[in-house]
Write a protein that binds this ligand. Sequence first.
Ligand code: SAH
Length: 228
Amino acid sequence: MGPQGVVGGGEAFRFVGARRRLIEEIRRKGIPDLEVLQFFDRVPRHEFLPEGVWNRSYEDAPVPIGYGQTASQPSLQAYYLSVLKPRSDESVLEIGTGSGYLTALLALMADRVYSVERVRELSQRARQALDAQGFSNVALLVGDGSIGWRKYAPFPVVVVSAAAPSVPPALLDQLADPGRMLIPVGSPDRQELMLVEKEAGVTRERLVQEACSFVPLLGRFAWEVEDP
Ligand code: SAH
């Protein structure tokens, strides 16, 4: 179980108005299912970002989080959640923990979240933020998410937040039947967002959004790591 109505700490009130405005902005831009917006009201995004960028926490934009990585744009994350709609009895595999903000949103919706990140420091920071916000249904792993997390497979929901050259076979294997996955596929600087659905042994891929831009997925079934 995730926390109920998480908003803690002395800084919390400073950001309430900004958070409401962000939610309004996402609503105006439109997503397939507005129900997911309630979860954005329950997670203080700034608590997942480095203090130096707190003033940008509630802009609908990607924000640098160090190590050459960025926290994704909130409206894009709202889109992810509204397409995938993890249910309270489902486990989720997330590739690219990053700040841990989407992890937190997923944890409010799903039963358990298993999230893999290749940068140890980011995973550690996400752990601290998730603990501070009282999340107890999240397991984090430092490693190459392009090979998934076999120990807890299969997963009815798989969320990939970094761009792959193609759908990594291990993630397809670890997707439950029935199951659904969102993954940006394409070149390092431009991708298409693909919805992969498995049902009765058949896997279908469908383009759901053109021209998105994610940081690259680096790993065995992804882009080569330039300086390991
Ligand atoms: N949802 C996150 C997105 C972070 S950006 C957020 O909003 O904060 C994508 C993340 O994927 C980066 O932190 C990057 O380090 C990570 N990443 C890249 N390749 C990876 C791999 N093979 N396995 C796990 N994580 C990876």
